[in-house]
Design a protein around this ligand. Structure first.
Ligand code: ATP
Length: 240
């Protein structure tokens, strides 16, 4: 029996004026998977994420969630079940940790749901609970990343998008965050799409991966295969 992708991107084209950032990109994410998109600086990874979220306009292609076309307005995308931890975290610096989490909860209905979701996020990232009333702008980079993930989870997404969660973080913090992402996937069954310049970490976390190069998907396969692929090794894993 054919599995149906939860998220499906077909022929996605995004231009910024004369710059062709995405030139017909296809991507499928199946329920329960962690899918990674790896690629160099400027390959178009953030553009892909932002186009799914509706925060950059697309010039061509279609994006489907559960076989239905995804709206192009960001708040509707979130309401339909896709949330993002954006590149550079973009936490609300003058708001507290708790207020940032509440900002993520807007598609939700009851206070009860909000309280129980916050409880789950504090269980995943106890540091956030300890710092509940601290201004987000004063958190460390790693804590801000945890908060950005927590804020996205507050929307109760069916698909979580992560744009370069490892950026600028110490290896030990990256390890900690990726461990929790694995837990979120395994224990909550949450589907995750992650884009990373840190190819090795992303391939070790994910089940399947794509390689994006200057606006084109050039490879796709199980992450363990890409980890052992000589071209990927040479171009993205720093060689042996
Ligand atoms: P990085 O890892 O460095 O963030 P990326 O793979 O996420 O890279 P994008 O940020 O998607 O790449 O950028 C893809 C291309 O589009 C680049 O050439 C970039 O300069 C260009 N680009 C991105 N955003 C804009 C914009 N707002 N206006 C013009 N060009 C842009």
């Amino acid at each position: 029996q054919e599995r149906t992708p939860i998220l499906s991107v077909r022929g996605l084209v995004v231009n910024y004026g004369a710059i062709k950032a995405l030139q017909g990109v296809d991507l499928d994410v199946y329920p329960g998977e962690i899918v990674a998109v790896i690629g160099a600086n400027g390959a178009g990874k953030s553009t892909l994420m932002n186009a799914v979220m509706g925060s950059v306009p697309r010039q061509g292609g279609k994006i489907f969630l559960d076989g239905e076309e995804l709206p192009t307005k960001s708040y509707q995308v979130v309401t339909r079940g896709v949330a993002i931890s954006p590149e550079g975290r973009k936490v609300f610096a003058p708001l507290t940790v708790k207020e940032n989490l509440l900002m993520g909860a807007f598609p939700q209905k009851s206070d009860e749901q909000i309280r129980s979701d916050m409880r789950k996020i504090f269980d995943l990232f106890p540091r956030l609970e300890e710092r509940m009333n601290q201004y987000a702008g004063t958190l460390s980079g790693g804590e801000q990343q945890m908060l950005a993930i927590g804020r996205a989870l507050m929307a109760r997404p069916r698909v979580l998008l992560l744009d370069e969660p490892s950026l600028g973080l110490a290896p030990i913090i990256i390890k900690e965050i990726f461990k929790e992402l694995k837990r979120i996937n395994e224990e909550m069954g949450l589907t995750i799409l992650i884009v990373e310049q840190n190819a090795r970490q992303a391939l070790m976390l994910s089940h399947r991966a794509y390689v994006l190069q200057t606006g084109h998907m050039i490879m796709e396969g199980p992450s363990t295969e890409l980890l052992n692929d000589p071209h990927v090794e040479e171009a993205y894993l720093g060689g042996k």
